[in-house]
Design a protein around this ligand. Structure first.
Ligand code: FE2
Length: 294
């Protein structure tokens, strides 16, 4: 029988209780409702609208496809590890090069260093509650290596196929954990994430490498298929935090509804682990990694 995903109200102070920790370690994922306030979500959305206002899509020729690797040869994408850059959805641009909908509704995501470069994102990403949550799941020296604002726009937001984040944010030993915030209600209808409970205890299937010639390719480590029939929806009301292990297999369907599904996500690694130079995501020496503390 399928197990639903563990869901709890936000723990006081942010640190997971023993019961929550056991559930997280069992499933590889936990949903904590009411972790951030409606005001904090609204402030992040408002700041994002301002950033979008300043974004001129005609200066960018990139489409982020979650189903193919089209974006992977693109310097605009590869060089975004220490920048704030904007990625359009597949199909958002028509044959004449015009956007099919409002700018906000044509974006797939913004990434990958807002948490270090923008004061509003910085404040959202670094709170005592988050620091406590990270410490409680075992981080000794957490470092936020990536942030993404994900739009999942009505009718346009695309599918994300099943994957493990440690394939892309690989450390030795593995330490990647995702901190995913629902800025709006995430439901089955508008393309919430799905997880395979316990799948984090199965092998890492792929490792993504960035090669000297600029190409980015997946190395297959294990061909065991993901047991997709066990997947469970991670429906999450606005304000929820979903914490998930870097090996946890997850995916999301397309958004065929009329409602957007904005989310903000942080990826965290432990600084004591080795971060390979051939991970695609790199940052310059002028933007050193920081943790959750201000
Ligand atoms: Fe992911």
């Amino acid at each position: 029988m399928n197990k639903s995903l563990p869901t709890f109200a936000r723990p006081e102070g942010g640190a997971l209780t023993a019961e929550m920790l056991a559930a997280y370690e069992d499933a590889g994922v936990i949903i904590l409702t009411d972790f951030v306030s409606a005001d904090a979500c609204a402030a992040l959305r408002q700041r994002t609208l301002e950033l979008i206002d300043d974004f001129d899509p005609s200066t960018v020729d990139t489409v982020f496809s979650t189903q193919t690797d089209e974006h992977q040869a693109d310097e605009y994408f590869i060089g975004s590890g220490d920048k704030i850059r904007f990625f359009l959805e597949d199909g958002a641009v028509d044959d004449t090069g015009q956007l099919r909908a409002a700018k906000e509704d044509c974006l797939n995501k913004i990434g990958h260093a807002m948490h270090d470069l923008d004061p509003v994102f910085d404040a959202f990403s670094r709170t005592p509650e988050l620091a406590n949550a990270a410490r409680s799941i075992g981080f000794k020296d957490p470092a936020i290596i990536q942030s993404m604002y994900i739009f999942k726009s009505p009718r346009i937001g695309g599918e994300v196929v099943c994957h493990q984040d440690s394939a892309y944010i690989y450390t030795e030993p593995e330490s990647c954990v995702g901190f995913w915030f629902a800025l709006e209600d995430a439901t089955i209808d508008n393309g919430c994430m799905h997880f395979i409970p316990g799948g984090h205890e199965s092998p890492l299937r792929k490792r993504n490498h960035r090669y000297a010639d600029g190409s980015i390719l997946d190395e297959v480590l294990d061909e065991t298929p993901f047991p997709m029939h066990l997947r469970q929806p991670a429906e999450a009301p606005a304000g929820s935090l979903v914490i998930f292990d870097g090996r946890a297999p997850h995916m999301s369907g397309p958004n065929r509804s009329e409602k957007s599904r904005h989310a903000y996500t942080l990826h965290v690694i432990d600084r004591s682990c080795h971060y390979p130079a051939d991970n695609w995501l790199q940052r310059g020496d002028d933007l050193p990694l920081r943790g959750f503390d201000n």
